[in-house]
Ligand binder design. Structure first.
Ligand code: GUN
Length: 306
């Protein structure tokens, strides 16, 4: 029977760190602030945004929400982002995805100042991630890395198989897990992969991030493997209060009997995504405060030596 990885418990520790760093910034007169831009009324996006804002408040940070109608013009959305880029009281900008049809995701993501790109989606952030430069890491893949580390799941030389090649999860995970300090051998499977079970059955660590409930059956899993379920699928459930229930991509019960570790949905990777976002926001605010102090110091020095 697998050990259940408690993402909530790990996330609590990280949120505590975010709170401590926020308090230190507040002592310097800076309150970290995230601007959340939400276009349209996608129910899942609304609930993700609410969870992020609640977590920010819990850590002592501020958030400002910018709600735009689903029919918003791309130019108007870009105008909002440009204003937030210029606003010194805003340290991070998060544009909730997916965007309504007709709005170009790449154009919008590229409009965010990389110094405020706490999602880590901007091409400059992605470039820094690939090349090992300084920049924000995307929250879900970074959260998965931290979960593996905190659980003591060995990655050095491990065979990792990722299901799903999204820009938000699969591709960045492949990049991060193959870094020298993590040292895994990564296989990225996707909808074009013939017989994915051939790969998954060899995996020491199997990461499901395809957004397809029931994708990973017990027959696809190696005995004792770590199974990380990034899927968040809403399945209709008329008997429940909300009318749906959440399910990952993994056939949880049977896979839990065979795996060595498993993340539940909810309560596994999800809380880590939010926790890593908090760290990115506090980091962005620290960077801005340090740059402002350095600027003030340089100006004072210039006055002294004039
Ligand atoms: N949509 C689903 N996941 C994410 C995320 O991590 N960030 C943003 N901005 N949108 C998302």
């Amino acid at each position: 029977m697998a050990k259940i990885i408690d993402g909530k418990a790990v996330a609590v520790k990280i949120r505590e760190e975010a709170r401590t760093r926020t308090a230190a910034l507040q002592a310097r007169g800076v309150r970290p602030c995230l601007a959340v831009v939400l276009a349209g009324e996608d129910p899942a996006s609304l609930s993700y945004v609410a969870a992020k804002e609640k977590a920010l408040a819990g850590a002592g940070m501020a958030s400002r929400e910018f709600r735009l109608p689903a029919g918003v013009a791309e130019a108007e959305l870009l105008g909002v982002i440009n204003a937030l880029n210029a606003d010194e009281t805003v340290h991070g900008i998060l544009v909730q995805l997916p965007l309504p049809s007709g709005i170009r995701e790449k154009t919008v993501i590229s409009a965010v100042d990389p110094a405020k790109d706490v999602d880590g989606f901007h091409p400059v952030s992605v470039g820094n991630m690939v090349l090992g430069g300084k920049g924000f890491l995307p929250c879900t893949p970074h959260g998965v890395l931290v979960l593996l580390r905190e659980e003591g799941i060995p990655t050095d030389g491990a065979r990792v198989v990722i299901l799903g090649r999204s820009n938000i999860v699969g591709k960045p995970l492949a990049c991060l897990l193959s870094r020298r300090e993590v040292n895994a051998t990564v296989t990225l499977c996707h909808t074009g992969t013939r017989n994915p079970g051939l790969y998954t059955r060899e995996a020491d660590i199997l990461i499901a991030a395809a957004g397809r409930p029931g994708l990973v059956s017990a027959g696809m899993v190696k005995e004792g493997a770590a199974v990380i379920d990034v899927g968040v699928n809403r399945l209709a459930d008329p008997g429940s209060k909300k009318g749906y229930r959440l399910s990952g991509d993994v056939d949880y019960g049977p896979v839990a009997e065979k795996a060595g570790w498993i993340t539940p949905v909810p309560g596994g990777v999800g809380p880590m995504t939010v926790a890593m976002l908090l760290l990115n926001v506090v980091q962005a605010a620290e960077d801005a405060a340090n740059a402002a102090d350095a600027g003030a110091g340089a100006r004072a020095a210039a006055v002294r030596y004039d």
